[in-house]
Every structure is written in structure tokens, then in C-alpha cells.
Design a protein around this ligand. Structure first.
Ligand SMILES: Nc1ncnc2c1ncn2[C@@H]1O[C@H](COP(=O)(O)OP(=O)(O)OP(=O)(O)O)[C@@H](O)[C@H]1O
Length: 323
């Protein structure tokens, strides 16, 4: 159960928050969605920091008016599924708002009254922001033990999404900006804007537009819109290699699927290179770096059938697999 912001162990107001929240309440706790409270901007809206009455922070994602918003029933169903997910490495969704409002807009030189739906999602607040902000800056980059903990945590979170429920949830947009960090540098997978529920190991041609971060998308998803848990494994592979090497996947890559980065890691990050880059690490930690790079490279195999499953990846990183 969530405790109060002072850490006194008292149950926080967060634990009594109703699932469906009025727009006015969310406006009030974010100080009218004030610019000072802005945490970030994504493809589907803006995220603000709000405070409950007991001082507990919360993140409020205000979906933009032009976001593809489902019908009331679909929205509530989808959100209901997401709110049921409770895992240490997945950002907790606490509540939502889906409210019709009247709005005056200008259209062809005239003002007209239209109905708009205000949609917002309330998430657990992650104090250390996203992974993109800390992993590539050498001055703030965590030590290897923390990097390894982050990699394992992301894998545990993805394990839960792929294997922890009746049907797997495919994330589709795994990338550093979607990994948030708590005070203890525990990673939390965020942003399920594109998630859909699928049958086990099912692959299908997607009918929606392909949206995701360039450089992290599996080729079959990028070029053919094919979605499966294996497309997440590809993105995970790029992410693992970025964390292990401290190098960012180049967005200048011509085919946009991050193959330049993959080739560069494969060619450069030999055992000798790892030992020289991580010269202060002991043998066990060096082996962890090697395992991460090897695993990352397997995950980005062009042939999706050759990619390991999340179960194999977790076992490998836990040292439960033959090396
Ligand atoms: N729960 C949260 N706690 C703290 N900061 C958050 C939280 N959620 C989002 N943010 C910040 O806001 C930024 C924007 O988040 P958002 O999920 O809208 O978009 P994104 O993941 O960066 O991009 P996109 O939607 O295009 O994938 C994040 O990168 C992060 O820095």
C-alpha cells in the first residue's frame, strides 16, 4: 500500500483514490495544468505533476484533443485492464478521466460549440524522470551495478507484460524515454498508449499506423506492421545494448531500424573492448556486461524466430542458463 509523502508509513490518499476522476479535480491538483508542473511531452499528450491533499505526488497525462480516443466503453475497458497491472517494474496506473465537455472553437471564421472528450490518465510519479536523461550523460551515468539492476528490472517488467497475465500485452514502444526511474533507480516501464491484448505468441498484421521510436522498432513491425511479443524483444535488445555500452542508438540511421547501431556494437564491443571500457570491474561484473551485450545482439536478430523469449532472457541474466 502506498504510504504518505513524509514516509511515516501512514496509508496515503493515493490508496483511496477513486478510479474515475473528475476533470476539475485533476485541474486543481496540477494547479490548472500550469507550465511549471509540466514533466514532459509525448506523442499523445502532456504529462503534469499533481499533488494530492496529503502532499503525495502523482503524474497526470493529459491526452491531446486530437489523440485517437476510443469510445467511452473501449476506453474504460482498456484502462480497466491497465489499472489491474501491478508490478514493481511497471508504472502503476491509478485512475483516469474520460469526460465530455462543451468547448467553443473557431471554424471557418465562425465560433461553434462542440462536444470534446477530455481524457486523462493518472500514474504513479517517478521522481528520477526517464532513462534517456541519465544513461547517456557520462557525468550522471549510474555505476555498472545500477545499470545491471536497471536492465534486469526492465526485463522483469516485460516478463510480466508478456507472461504474467491471461494474454500477453505487447508494449510496442519500448525506448529509454518510456523507462522511468524511482528514487532507488528501480526502472518502471511506462507508456502503454499503443498496447493491445493478443493471444499467446500470436502475430498479426496491424491495422493501425505504425507508431514507435525510430531505431527501436523491429524490422517486421517497421516495414510490415507485424506485431508480436517478438517485436518488443527487438526493442528490448536495443535498450539493453544502449544501457550496457552507454551509447545512444543513432537516429541518423537511414533505414530507421537501428541497424547501424547494432552493427557497430557487434563489431566494436568485443571481450577486449569490454575489458578496457570497464577496466575497474571484477570478473563477475565483466561477465554481466558480456552477457548483456550477447543477449542484446540475439534480441535484434532480423529473423524474429531466432530472438530469445523474455523467459530465456530473464534466466540468462539471472545466470540460470548455461553460458
Ligand atoms: N509517471 C511519471 N512520472 C514522472 N515523469 C513522467 C511520468 N510519465 C511521464 N513522465 C515524463 O514525461 C515525459 C513524456 O511522457 P509521455 O509518456 O507522454 O511521452 P514519451 O514516452 O516521452 O513519448 P511518446 O508518447 O512519444 O512515446 C516522459 O519522458 C517523462 O520524462
Amino acid at each position: 500500500m502506498a504510504t504518505d509523502a513524509s514516509g511515516g508509513g501512514k496509508p496515503s490518499l493515493l490508496s483511496t483514490l477513486p478510479k474515475q476522476l473528475p476533470a476539475d479535480f485533476l485541474k486543481e491538483i496540477t494547479n490548472g495544468f500550469h507550465a511549471d508542473r509540466k514533466l514532459g511531452q509525448g506523442a499523445f499528450g502532456t504529462v503534469y505533476k499533481g499533488f494530492l491533499q496529503d502532499g503525495q505526488p502523482i503524474a497526470v497525462k493529459k491526452l491531446s484533443d486530437n489523440s485517437p480516443v476510443a469510445t467511452d466503453k473501449q476506453f474504460k475497458n482498456e484502462v480497466g485492464n491497465l489499472m489491474a497491472i501491478q508490478h514493481e517494474n511497471i508504472v502503476r496506473l491509478y485512475g483516469y478521466c474520460h469526460e465530455a465537455q462543451k468547448k467553443v472553437i473557431e471554424h471557418n471564421g465562425r465560433y461553434i460549440l462542440v462536444d470534446v472528450v477530455e481524457s486523462m490518465l493518472c500514474y504513479e510519479y517517478a521522481p528520477k524522470g526517464n532513462l534517456d536523461k541519465c544513461i547517456f550523460d557520462m557525468s550522471s551515468r549510474p555505476n555498472w551495478a545500477t545499470c545491471f539492476k536497471i536492465i534486469k528490472g526492465i526485463c522483469q517488467g516485460l516478463y510480466f507484460l508478456h507472461k504474467g497475465m491471461d494474454r500477453p500485452i505487447v508494449h510496442l514502444d519500448l525506448q529509454p524515454a518510456n523507462i522511468l526511474l524511482d528514487d532507488n533507480m528501480v526502472p518502471k516501464i511506462a507508456d502503454f498508449g499503443l498496447s493491445r491484448l493478443f493471444g499467446e505468441e500470436q502475430t498479426r498484421i496491424n491495422t493501425i499506423n505504425v507508431v514507435g521510436a525510430k531505431g527501436y522498432m523491429a524490422p517486421e513491425y517497421l516495414y510490415r506492421g507485424e506485431i508480436s511479443t517478438r517485436s518488443d524483444i527487438y526493442s528490448l535488445g536495443v535498450l539493453i545494448m544502449e544501457i550496457a555500452t552507454g551509447q545512444k542508438n543513432s537516429m541518423n540511421d537511414k533505414d530507421m531500424s537501428g541497424r547501424d547501431f547494432v552493427d557497430q556494437v557487434r563489431q566494436t564491443w568485443t571481450d577486449e573492448h569490454i575489458a578496457s571500457k570497464y577496466s575497474s570491474l571484477d570478473a563477475d561484473s565483466l561477465q554481466q556486461v558480456k552477457t548483456c551485450i550477447e543477449t542484446g545482439l540475439k534480441c535484434v536478430d532480423i529473423d524474429q524466430k531466432k530472438r530469445p523469449s523474455i523467459v530465456e532472457i530473464v534466466e540468462k541474466l539471472d545466470g540460470r542458463h548455461a553460458r
